[in-house]
Design a binder for this molecule. Structure first.
Ligand code: TYM
Length: 330
């Protein structure tokens, strides 16, 4: 079986619909086709300022949501990044093979560093740690949203560079980006992506949100001029985004939706979509709460995951140490 690895940051109290449609949906599917490793990347979460108590809670909430979405510890390895110390160890080695200019070209870094007052070295090396996450598991595929494409290109470059310099070591991973859902747009500003850091509350739907708030947000989503319900992301980004969300959650093709809503108005589409999204989120929130009711059991699942992950990561790191000329890690 090919191997898959992906990660998500515990930087909010809930994942949002963009995270699910762009990436997490594939995580669930790929459990059945791949040897799957998924991690909550708490090391990445401290690249912006954080509060220790909040981070600890959010890591658990993140893991509980992933289980609620359908990750099954029997079919995948689910772990928290900080419990596997090989990640920052490999990251250091890769940092020493990353050009300063190369890292400086990352658009996410440029974006975040222009917005934050506190710009750390960790924010700069963020994508190299991401490379370590992936390369440690020798992953073939990495399911992510479109916004991670550039990071994945860097990961591929680093893998190839290492292999050329020291002899074949890493698998060069492929980004797995689903074209239709790779970027879910902000509901209030459909010209930009839904984002936990940049979107206002009206633009983002959290998976753990109250059904009534979800309905309200869908109903007040910004739509486009005109009245035809047709998929045209260029000229009708608002309606097209709603059609994408609808089509994916309800498992109906966009063509069928266009046909069903022919002659109807934006309001009709929104009213139905509000129910689809609310019905999708409610059971996830409920299952998440039930995983969080038994934190001891949740922590046990994560510890078992970390042990399985570490067996793989440790073996890779030992080979890397050998290639680099280090002594065997003890
Ligand atoms: P993060 O935590 O920001 O987001 C998690 C996943 O959600 C996707 N995503 C979206 N997809 C579609 N539309 C959107 N509006 C949207 N917003 C977010 C992201 O593309 C991502 O797949 N750097 C990563 C975390 C990471 C990682 C890794 C990923 C760390 N190590 C190793 C893969 C492999 C990130 O910040 O994701």
């Amino acid at each position: 079986r090919p191997r898959v690895l992906s990660g998500i940051q515990p930087t909010a109290d809930s994942f949002h619909l963009g995270n699910y449609l762009g990436a997490l949906r594939s995580w669930v599917d790929m459990q059945d086709t791949h040897d799957a490793y998924y991690c909550v990347v708490d090391l990445h979460a401290i690249t912006i300022s954080h509060e220790p108590k909040v981070l600890r809670r959010r890591s658990r909430v993140a893991a509980a949501q992933l289980l609620a979405l359908g990750l099954d510890p029997q079919r995948c390895t689910l772990f928290v990044q900080s419990q596997v110390p090989e990640h920052p160890m490999l990251s250091w080695i890769l940092e020493c093979h990353t050009g300063f200019g190369e890292a400086g070209r990352m658009t996410q870094f440029k974006d975040k560093s222009s917005k934050n007052e506190r710009v750390t070295v960790g924010l700069f090396t963020y994508p190299v740690l991401q490379a370590a996450d992936i390369l440690l598991y020798r992953a073939d595929a990495v399911p992510v949203g479109e916004d991670q494409r550039q990071h994945l290109e860097l990961v591929r470059d680093l893998a190839q560079r290492f292999n050329t310099t020291y002899g074949k070591m890493f698998v060069v991973p492929e980004a797995h980006i689903v074209k239709e859902t790779g970027t879910i747009q902000d509901l209030a500003e459909p010209s930009r992506k839904m984002s936990k850091s940049a979107s206002g509350p009206a633009g983002i739907i959290d998976l753990l949100e109250e059904p009534n708030r979800i309905r309200k947000k869908i109903k007040s989503a910004v739509t486009d001029t005109g009245r035809e319900i047709t998929y045209d992301p260029e000229n009708k980004p608002g309606i097209s985004n709603l059609l994408t969300i609808y089509s994916t959650l309800a498992k109906v093709s966009i063509a069928d939706l266009e046909r069903d809503y022919d002659g109807k108005g934006y309001g009709d589409l929104k009213k139905d979509l509000a129910e689809v999204v609310a019905d999708f989120c409610a059971p996830i929130a409920e299952r998440t709460r039930s995983y969080l009711d038994d934190v001891a059991e949740l922590d046990k699942i994560l510890l078992a995951g970390a042990e399985k992950a570490q067996a793989v990561a440790g073996a890779t790191l030992a080979r890397v140490y050998d290639k680099i000329g280090f002594r065997t890690p003890v």
